[in-house]
Write a protein that binds this ligand. Structure first.
Ligand code: ADP
Length: 273
């Protein structure tokens, strides 16, 4: 049985097809999110050249999650990204107790029980600082690709001090550091440390309990991950597919709904919508 999970974020759309609630047989990402062609591009990518061949008719159930979930009418159900991230991460890493998810437009810290239930969360969705948007703006100013920020940060010997927390002021500060001859790599390390400090405030508020997992697109930035470890003083574990945990959780919920229905019972409290 195949189930589909779609996560429509602010910056990127992700999709996962799961077989029998166990193995990921397809995944696809479009680097554009809510209100764009992202969802249709992901759907196309999931099914084209699929091996074994798959069509939308082969999908037994689907769940959509993420910031743009209200705009996607093809899925059977909508479930919040908090529930889906918790589900996806716990499936991959059952020792997870703290999840730091940094996406394109928000950052959240989720606390899980040993059974994988979402105990509580704290979130920043009011300000670009401490989100992927901050890094995207800085990459633009520095004329580097966002994918290269981690590698460049590792080359730094003396990270710059970026003291502004606001994205707009930090942008001016970065320009001024470069104008004063500071190396790009040092400025990038400074930016990574600045975002790590900002996020650590959220993590301390939620409480640090190991295993600490990082997800979302910013988990692909090894410079930020290392700075987070420095600030939090705990190792950070990355799932193999950090940007897909929401879509994976959605596909798992789709599977559980069918399974529970087939068994004649729908568990209460499953999938806070
Ligand atoms: P959302 O779900 O809000 O759309 P994502 O979790 O997909 O966001 O994360 C998007 C952010 O992740 C981008 O703003 C970017 O800063 C960062 N990002 C995405 N891909 C990479 C990558 N390969 N390397 C480093 N950072 C990345």
């Amino acid at each position: 049985m195949y189930t589909l999970g779609i996560d429509i974020g602010s910056t990127a759309t992700k999709g996962v097809i799961l077989e029998d609630g166990r193995s990921i047989v397809r995944k696809a990402l479009a680097p554009v999110g809510a209100g764009t062609s992202g969802p249709s591009r992901v759907m196309q990518a999931l099914f084209q050249d699929a091996e074994p061949p798959l069509t939308e008719n082969d999908i037994s159930g689907s769940v959509v999650t993420g910031y743009g979930r209200m705009t996607f009418k093809k899925a059977d159900h909508q479930i919040s990204e908090l529930s889906c991230h918790a589900k996806g991460v716990f499936f991959l890493l059952p020792a997870a107790r703290t999840i730091i998810d940094i996406g394109g437009q928000d950052a959240k810290v989720l606390k899980l029980s040993s059974e994988g239930d979402l105990l509580n969360f704290v979130m920043n969705d009011k300000c670009a600082a401490g989100t992927g948007r901050f890094l995207d703006v800085m990459a633009g100013v520095l004329e580097v690709k966002v994918e290269d920020l981690g590698k460049l940060a590792h080359q730094s010997e003396r990270p710059s001090v970026i003291s502004s927390t606001c994205t707009v002021f930090a942008e001016s500060e970065v320009i001024s550091r470069l104008a004063h001859g500071e190396k790009k790599t040092d400025v990038i390390a400074g930016i990574s440390r600045s975002i790590a400090r900002r996020i650590s405030g959220l993590v301390f508020r939620a409480g640090v309990e190991e295993d600490v997992i990082m997800t979302g697109g910013v988990a692909c930035n090894s410079g930020v991950v290392r700075m987070m470890e420095d600030v939090l003083k705990v190792p950070i574990i990355l799932p193999e597919i950090p940007q897909f945990t929401g879509a994976l959780g959605a596909a798992l919920y789709a599977y559980e709904r069918i399974k529970n229905k087939n068994e004649g019972c729908v568990k209460s409290g499953d999938g806070r919508e």
